[in-house]
Design a protein around this ligand. Structure first.
Ligand code: HEM
Ligand SMILES: *[C@@H]1O[C@H](CO)[C@@H](O)[C@H](O)[C@H]1NC(C)=O
Ligand SMILES: *[C@@H]1O[C@H](CO)[C@@H](O)[C@H](O)[C@H]1NC(C)=O
Length: 563
């Protein structure tokens, strides 16, 4: 009886609290003056996330009469991937989502989006949301304000042309081996495109990023002296356990009776930490011996930090602490792994579904490397700028199937003015602004009536120069705020060039002499096979960190050589 009383009174208290918060947030939202959607839950509420993931409650809510469940259309993770620009078409280029915890202003106006991403002090990257990613130490992705400026300045040198050169060569090598393994599968094809491109992306990071090269076909990886698992395996386990590592306390993992999986994660975390510490010691001694070293993400990071400590007049003079160096090594790996791997895997599915675009990139690749014995290895600087179709394919993947569908910012403790669609609005303190990438990337006003069609050639235009030189065209420069897969402004993704170089190198290795197609099911026509691939790509959702295909193993892909 008392249990029932306690239970029902706490439910009542919760309901009352929700109503009061909603009312207060609603009154604040009214003052903004944008269209309003009221939701009884916040999109980041973990109970809500568990509920709709476990139960088919979303379609149910959306079929309620009088639009009672309309809020559920924009309160689940990754909703804008499904919705594209439709909700904005209904409500306008911005609207306010009122929830019991915060108000979210969703923005699909390109000018306003660009302003929000450019004014980092007015529209702050919500450090709290990214805090779980500081597993090994604070890093450029998790800090804010002056700290961020110091991190950004000291991490920027990591992303230079020498890094790009090694990314190019390593990606070519890995992709060549990956293709070889796929060819061995012959007409059976492979269902592991996603897993394999993830291995490739991981190896590009360990090799070009940190100077530890692995061969693609894994085999036995003997760990070096003092280690029980290889660097690669430690890193992979850590990357695959980010959610676990940021929610489960470390002490639970070391506990003797903890599940084996937890102990494995704990071991990998310790090993990874140890590897990073060794790399750091090694790197510092190289610097002090002034020995010339090949440059990679790590060397550049440590060097910039040590040099900063010697100079004394800048904001960055404190350099980075060891923990901050570890934090940044980890974030390079985390930020550069799934994102790039997804882009490559989704691209392969799309190219298999639309084979005409394979011919299109192959034509370019064979123009750049025209002789049979022309090896693309070592030719980053000269070849990369010419491979515009390859880059256009990447942009077109990211436009419709990017890793992020929105970018969160918050106004912090002060109000901020924002011009949206020709009108001025005051965005109150404590409001989240959500830049709706998916809506911006599919808006027919920016991308034409076929904005939902996957058409890489939309990225290329002829100019008088290119007409004179034959068939090559220039890449278009999209209007500011209409294409933001890497965000924009001061906190734009520093790894975008790395990702581009890696992607283009993989295209060269795969499509120079090979083509991909779906393995057809019994009685399936070629068109139906391609349609099936499109459905698989369309069936994507937000995993823990990025947008991904939900069932990539539902289709086998088969590679063949062409002459
Ligand atoms: C196709 C691949 C990639 C995509 C789509 C992508 C996307 C993004 C986006 C949208 C942001 C901004 C997030 C925000 O401000 O809320 C970001 C930040 C970041 N990315 Fe990437 N990224 C990619 C590849 C990479 C690679 C390869 C690296 C490193 C090797 C990297 C390192 C970072 C870092 C360190 C940040 C944080 C920067 C800061 O907050 O100042 N990314 N990325
Ligand atoms: C293809 O699959 C069949 C049946 O599972 C198997 O017997 C055959 O060895 C496979 N071929 C290749 C090249 O893997
Ligand atoms: C994509 O999937 C959504 C459901 O997730 C569906 O409503 C839509 O019709 C699909 N689009 C295509 C082109 O298949």
């Amino acid at each position: 009886m008392t249990v029932l009383v306690v239970l029902s009174s706490s439910v009542l208290a919760w309901v009352i609290w929700t109503l009061i918060s909603l009312l207060s947030n609603y009154l604040t939202a009214r003052r903004i003056g944008l269209p309003i959607i009221i939701s009884p839950v916040s999109s980041l509420n973990p109970y809500w996330i568990l509920t709709y993931r476990a139960l088919p409650i979303l379609p149910l809510l959306q079929s309620l009469p009088f639009n009672l469940g309309k809020w559920s259309r924009c309160t689940y993770m990754g909703w804008s991937f499904d919705d594209k620009y439709l909700l904005h078409k209904e409500l306008g280029s911005a609207f306010t989502l009122v929830t019991p915890s915060v108000n979210e202003v969703w923005i699909a106006d390109s000018d306003a989006a660009y302003v929000v991403l450019s004014r980092r002090k007015d529209y702050i990257k919500p450090a709290k949301m990214y805090q779980p990613l500081a597993i090994f130490g604070p890093n450029v992705n998790t800090v804010e304000g002056d700290d961020w400026q110091r991190h950004r300045k000291l991490t920027a040198p990591s992303f230079n042309e020498k890094t790009s050169t090694s990314v190019w060569d390593e990606a070519l090598r890995q992709a060549g081996d990956m293709l070889h393994s796929w060819m061995e599968r012959s007409t059976n094809g492979t269902r592991d495109t996603v897993a394999h491109t993830a291995t490739l992306a991981l190896h590009v990071l360990t090799g070009a990023g940190f100077g530890i090269s692995y061969s693609y076909g894994k085999g036995v990886q003997t760990p070096p002296e003092g280690h029980d698992i290889s660097y690669r395996d430690a890193l992979l386990t850590v990357l695959q356990s980010v959610v676990l590592l940021s929610t489960v306390p470390r002490s639970w993992m070391t506990f003797r009776f903890s599940p084996a999986k937890l102990r494995k994660v704990d071991q990998a975390t310790k090993e990874f930490q140890l590897y990073m510490a060794e790399m750091l010691i090694n790197e510092r001694s190289q610097i002090h011996k002034r020995s010339s070293q090949s440059r990679n993400l790590l060397t550049a990071l440590v060097r910039a930090s040590e040099e900063a400590k010697e100079s004394s007049h800048e904001i960055s003079h404190q350099g980075l602490t060891d923990d901050e160096i570890f934090g940044n090594i980890f974030i390079y790996n985390l930020a550069g792994y799934e994102t790039t791997a997804n882009t490559i895997a989704t691209g392969i599915f799309l190219l298999a579904a639309y084979p005409e675009w394979q011919e299109w990139v192959a034509e370019e690749i064979n123009l750049v490397f025209d002789e049979e014995e022309d090896s693309p290895g070592g030719r980053y600087e000269e070849a990369f700028p010419k491979l515009r179709r390859c880059l256009a394919v990447m942009f077109e993947i990211l436009r419709l199937h990017g890793s992020n569908v929105y970018i969160p910012r918050t106004t912090g403790s002060v109000d901020s003015a924002l011009h949206i669609n020709g009108k001025n609005y005051i965005i109150p303190s404590g409001t989240f602004t959500m830049t709706n990438l998916q809506a911006l990337h599919t808006d027919p006003r920016s991308w034409g009536l076929d904005s939902l069609v996957w058409r890489p050639s939309r990225w290329l235009v002829s100019t008088p120069d290119t007409v004179a030189s034959g068939y090559t065209k220039e890449l278009i420069e999209p209007i500011k705020g209409t294409f933001l897969p890497w965000a924009d402004g001061p906190r734009v993704c520093p790894g975008r060039k790395v990702a581009q170089v890696e992607f283009v190198a993989v295209m060269v290795a795969l499509f120079r002499k090979h083509r991909v197609q779906p393995v057809l099911m019994e009685g399936e026509s070629a068109d139906a096979g391609k349609e099936r691939l499109r459905d698989i790509v369309n069936d994507s959702g937000l995993s823990a960190v990025t947008m991904q295909m939900r069932c990539p193993r539902a289709a086998a892909l088969m590679w063949r050589r062409v002459e």
